[in-house]
Design a protein around this ligand. Structure first.
Ligand code: SF4
Length: 174
């Protein structure tokens, strides 16, 4: 088991991937529209120029968002600390890797939550093995691209089969 908890978000080790990658619509949580892959108008380098007053500026959605550590893991583990800011050719692969890592970390979160349930021993062993793979593998961009159509599906089917044993938080998911 890694000594790092991958689900802990560390914005200082990221490259503002959420502020680059995610789309949002003007409304209650956001003051304007933003397209996916478009750097936010409030972004300077890797920092938010309105960070201290996001809610007052109508950007409560930014305050509420948590990538579950996906951004820092992508930048540090997949791209060795590099940034799309320094090399624009990285913009697309970084946004794709971020999207896949968010899905991967969502599965880590779900598999951990399933561990609090009284699972049959064989299923709990499978859960532990899947979790170890997600947490300990050093993922490459290519492997992340394959994740959603491969291993994510396998995990989803595993969790779906266990659904009757899982808590209410799984209701909306599977
Ligand atoms: S307002 Fe700030 S935190 Fe929100 S997306 Fe833009 S730069 Fe990021």
């Amino acid at each position: 088991m890694s000594t790092t908890d991958h689900l802990v978000t560390e914005c200082s080790k990221c490259a503002a991937l959420c502020c680059l990658t995610l789309a949002f619509d003007k409304g209650r949580d956001f003051a304007f529209d933003k397209n996916p892959g478009e750097p936010c108008r409030n972004l300077s380098g890797h920092g938010c120029t309105i960070h201290e007053r996001l809610t007052q500026e109508g950007m409560a959605g930014c305050v509420a968002y948590d990538c579950l550590g996906a951004g820092n893991r992508v930048v540090q583990e997949v791209f060795g600390g590099r940034s799309w800011r320094d090399d624009p050719r990285l913009t697309r692969p970084m946004t794709e890797a971020f999207a896949a890592m968010r899905e991967l970390h969502k599965r880590i979160d779900l598999l951990r939550a399933a561990g609090a349930c009284d699972l049959p021993a064989g299923d709990d062993q499978t859960r532990r093995e899947l979790l170890a793979l997600l947490e300990q593998r050093h993922w490459s961009g290519a492997e992340l691209n394959d994740f959603e159509v491969g291993m994510a599906l396998e995990i989803d089917m595993f969790l779906y089969r266990l659904k009757p044993l899982l808590p209410a938080e799984f209701e909306d998911w599977a």
